[in-house]
Design a protein around this ligand. Structure first.
Ligand SMILES: Nc1ncnc2c1ncn2[C@@H]1O[C@H](COP(=O)(O)OP(=O)(O)OP(=O)(O)O)[C@@H](O)[C@H]1O
Length: 922
């Protein structure tokens, strides 16, 4: 038996509680007619819950409660019924049935039960605080399977409706809201008056219908404690007085009685069936809908309700069979289980009310707190002051902003014609470049060949344009050459070799112009020889400056060596000669540049030039100009006044200079030609270098080493510098200064180009270098490695014959494959958003087709720009290396560099090692 819950103490989540129907038996006393018949009382209650037929088995029938003839209705109510009925105030549905044959005392008992229950409910509600109760009363009868409203006279039959939430409801059933107890008494009287009854032979009233009185109790909380909220509890208690349970055959006679009996029994038979089925298996089909009675009382018979059934019997011997049937029904009903739960309804209205009350409470608390808090007042004051300050600052900012805008506008208006022309030319060039690339890139991914950019290097163009646009300086750098053997003479012949460099000055001396013209007139084949002879003859006045007086200035950085390819390999004491010039005109600069560019690289490098970034295409000088090339040639007229410098050609010549600086003295001298004109160029220059080297050594042996011109001394031919003496080159540049670091890095980049080093390796190396002193070892090792590699390539030695399958051509092919893959990976590895950002960052027009290819091209050519590291990072990501992690990158760079060095020193360079290394980096 479920215990009654304390209203208001329940949680919003309802807990179901299973319990059996509470079944009690009440035996009424013999009535006058039975006594007149001398009918004997055949039933006795042998205990509080067992009744026994006096002439039957001694065991008797056991129920929850049994009440004898002398029991009172109050007893029946108090012992079990009351506890169930009062559940309604806790939000639990409940029902009390009276079942029994006609005149067994059902109405008598239910009348008393109802009155006691209502009294108790009223008593309970009146004692409660903190909740508002609303009670509503409705009454109906089911007669001949018609539902009638007992609160309405001559009620028409009412329809039953199915409600998804409430279950079966009776349409238009009167529901009176109760005010006070007397009100309910009046309503009960009304119901009794409207119920279908008949007069019996004993001048008594016999009920012919099933009566259902329903009291609905709704309770709402009126106060709140903290944030706990409880909803509305709604439950109903049904007082059901059934019609006589005797069989129709006994009650009916004919006509109306027959129909009435069948209807009565339809509901009663269905009730019996439902109870019987519920007592056996609740999960099967329960025919609630077979009768109005069971349909209306569905919840009370096996659902969400607590139920009590009072079975009334007559003690008379003549009614034993009916009494036994009643007890049988009672025994079956005793097996039925119901699931009662608390019915909580949290309506929006109630919820809003609760929240409003809670809000009001919190506001009151806040007001009280604010009014009493001095701290809050201070902060409010502070906030006001800060807001005022912000306002003032905002006004000042706007004022300054407008001034800046005015200034900018003024500057724009005074823009020089030259600047306008340059800007215009930049725009034109950009448009043409992009348009051209759009056409050329179509074929790139199709045939797998590297992009044949007929136009200028887009990377270079952007850099130059950017530099030009950002500088109004009249100083121009011009690539030029000077053998300056004068310097050699002044050095006392100790210099083992001579390097040819270029330099930039603002000088306007006539002699310089001569020198420039002179150099510019030289052809590529005889350039160095002629220059040396001329210099010795004319003995042009040049100041020889010792770099030791400029210990912080690296000659390599300041003079940008260009034709160093002609230095003797493996010489540890390269001389740096710096010649400052300013061209007499742009014409001279261009001519000189053409000459410089006409120097051919080895065949395999030349091929690369033609295919990738040939400046000759840009300048349209060496080949028959195509339509596109002609366009670019036209563009030259609008170019900034700076000669085009090919990264590739600079690389070709510079790389050997580095080789000479760091190489080993006993290394072979590369004098062999590969047979083609490019090779002849190289051989010629190298022969020259060898000759000069030998000359220097001869002088050195005769003069026994002048202390001012020891190995490592560097000289600068510079009209602006005074003569200085002192520290040697290696002493000067031995420390890892930023300038040296930068120079070495650039040299490595150039050698990478020259040796077709895979992009993967380049990326790794760039990512390895952090700009720290510890990077020196990486740079040195890489330089040595590349120098050796380049030397091997340039000598044209039959490396394949030695088992090495890494050749210039093979590495170039591998490099091209990489580049092709790089272009494809741009789309795969970079998101759309990333690509857009990269296009903008690298100056690629978003409207251009094949933007990704352009981006890839810029990435693999931009190792000479300031974005080298970023470029390397992007490349590494594109080729899938970035995911390998820092450790592997470090170990790769370190292991690769030192591993190779170790093999060389121990003379254990094996073809397989080479192959392995190159394969690894590729
Ligand atoms: N426990 C009782 N003590 C004294 N009188 C009783 C008791 N029970 C019933 N009576 C009387 O018996 C008569 C019939 O009772 P009641 O009308 O309640 O029977 P009923 O089962 O409702 O019959 P019906 O089904 O025909 O309406 C009534 O006069 C009633 O006063």
């Amino acid at each position: 038996m479920a215990k009654m819950r304390e209203p208001g103490s329940e949680t919003p989540t309802s807990n179901c509680e299973e319990e059996k129907i509470f079944v009690s038996i009440r035996v009424r006393p013999l009535n006058d007619r039975e006594r007149w018949r001398r009918d004997a009382s055949e039933w006795e209650c042998i205990s509080g819950n067992t009744i026994r037929y006096k002439n039957g088995p001694t065991d008797g029938y056991t129920f929850d409660r049994v009440y004898g003839e002398k029991s009172s209705t109050q007893q029946v109510y108090e012992q079990g019924i009351k506890e169930i009925v009062l559940s309604v105030v806790s939000g639990i549905n409940c029902s009390v049935f009276a079942y029994g044959q006609t005149s067994s005392g059902k109405t008598y008992t239910m009348k008393g039960i109802t009155e006691y229950a209502i009294d108790d409910i009223y008593d309970y509600i009146e004692k409660q605080h903190g909740r508002d109760y609303i009670m509503k009363f409705s009454a109906m009868e089911i007669y001949n399977e018609a539902v009638k409203d007992l609160l309405t006279a001559n009620s028409p039959p009412l329809r039953l409706l199915d409600d998804p939430e409430k279950g079966t409801i009776v349409e238009r059933l009167t529901e009176e809201t109760l005010t006070e107890r007397s009100h309910l008494q009046e309503l009960l009287s009304t119901c009794a008056a409207h119920r279908t009854t008949e007069e019996t032979a004993m001048n008594e009233t016999s009920s012919r219908s099933h009566q259902i009185l329903r009291l609905t109790v709704e309770s709402n909380p009126t106060d709140y404690v903290g944030t706990t909220r409880s909803g509305t509890l709604i439950a109903s208690v049904n007082f059901v007085d059934l019609a006589g349970s005797e069989r129709a055959s006994q009650a009916l006679s004919a006509g109306t009685r027959l129909r009435e009996g069948s209807h009565i029994n339809r509901s009663l038979l269905t009730l019996g069936t439902v109870i019987r089925k519920l007592s056996k298996e609740r999960n099967g089909h329960i025919p609630y809908r077979d009768s109005k009675l069971t349909r209306i009382l569905q919840n009370s018979l096996g659902g969400n309700a607590r139920t009590a059934i009072i079975c009334t019997i007559s003690p008379a011997r003549s009614q034993v069979e009916q009494s036994k049937n009643t007890l049988l029904f009672a025994a079956t009903a005793k097996q039925v289980t119901t699931n009662a739960k608390v019915n909580v309804v949290m309506s929006d209205k109630v919820l809003v009310q609760q929240l409003q009350k809670e809000l009001a409470r919190m506001e009151n608390e806040l007001k009280g707190f604010s009014s009493n808090s001095a701290i809050l007042k201070e902060r409010e004051l502070l906030i006001e002051q800060m807001e005022q300050k912000i306002k003032e600052l905002t006004e000042q900012r706007d004022l300054f902003q407008s001034r800046v805008e005015n200034l900018l506008q003024t500057n724009t208006q005074v823009e020089t014609p030259r600047h306008r022309r340059r800007t215009s030319s930049v725009s034109n060039l950009t448009a043409k470049l992009l348009q051209h690339q759009e056409n050329m890139e179509d074929d790139f991914l199709l045939d797998g060949s590297p992009p044949t950019f007929a136009g200028p290097d887009p990377c270079h163009g952007w850099e130059e344009i950017s530099r030009e646009a950002g500088s109004e300086d009249s100083i121009r750098e011009v690539q030029c050459v000077d053998t300056s053997l004068h310097a050699l003479k002044q050095s006392g012949g100790n210099t083992p070799m001579i390097q040819v460099t270029h330099v930039v000055t603002k000088s306007s001396s006539r002699n310089e112009h001569k020198g420039l013209d002179h150099v510019a007139e030289l052809n590529s084949q005889d350039f160095l020889k002629q220059t040396v002879q001329d210099t010795e003859k004319t003995n042009e006045p040049c100041h020889v400056e010792d770099l030791s007086e400029y210990p912080n200035e690296s000659p390599y950085i300041s003079c940008k060596p260009m034709l160093a390819a002609y230095a003797t390999p493996m010489s540890p004491a390269a001389q740096i000669i710096k010649v400052d010039w300013e061209p007499a005109s742009l014409h001279h600069a261009k001519r000189l540049q053409q000459k410089v560019m006409s120097y051919s690289s080895p065949s395999w490098l030349g091929k690369f030039d033609q295919e990738f970034a040939s400046p000759s295409r840009f300048a349209g000088l060496q080949q028959t100009p195509t339509r596109v090339e002609q366009e670019y040639s036209d563009c030259l007229d609008y170019l900034p006044e700076e000669p085009y410098k090919s990264p590739m050609q600079v690389t070709t010549r510079k790389s050997s200079r580095k080789y000479s600086q760091i190489g080993e003295t006993n290394a072979p001298v590369p004098v062999e030609s590969d047979g083609d004109s490019d090779g002849e160029d190289t051989a010629s220059v190298l022969n020259f270098a060898v000759r000069m080297n030998e000359k220097s050594r001869s002088k050195l042996s005769k003069k026994n080493s002048n202390d001012q011109l020891v190995h490592g001394k560097s000289y600068v031919v510079n009209k602006r510098l005074s003569k200085i003496k002192g520290m040697g080159f290696y002493e000067c540049a031995g420390a890892m200064t930023p300038s040296r670091f930068e120079r070495q890095q650039k040299d490595i980049v150039e050698l990478w180009h020259a040796c077709n080093v895979p992009l993967v390796h380049r990326s790794y190396f760039f990512l390895l270098i952090k700009g720290e002193l510890a990077d020196t070892v990486y740079l040195d090792v890489e330089l040595r490695r590349l120098s050796f590699l380049q030397h091997t390539f340039s000598t044209g030695a039959d490396i394949t014959g030695q088992g090495l399958d890494v050749t210039p051509n093979s590495s170039l092919k591998a490099l091209n494959r990489e580049r092709k893959m790089l272009s494809k990976q741009v789309h795969k590895k970079f998101s759309y958003k990333e690509r857009l950002q990269l296009y903008q960052k690298w100056g690629i027009d978003l409207n251009t087709k094949h933007r990704s290819i352009q981006l890839a091209y810029l990435l693999w050519t931009n190792t000479e720009l300031n974005h080298a590291r970023e470029s390397a990072t992007l490349v590494a990501r594109l080729v899938g290396l970035i995911d390998s992690g820092d450790d592997s990158k470090k170990s790769f760079g370190f292991g690769f560099g030192f591993g190779f060095l170790a093999r060389r020193k121990s003379s254990t360079v094996k073809p397989d090692n080479w192959k392995e290394n190159m394969t690894t980096v590729g």
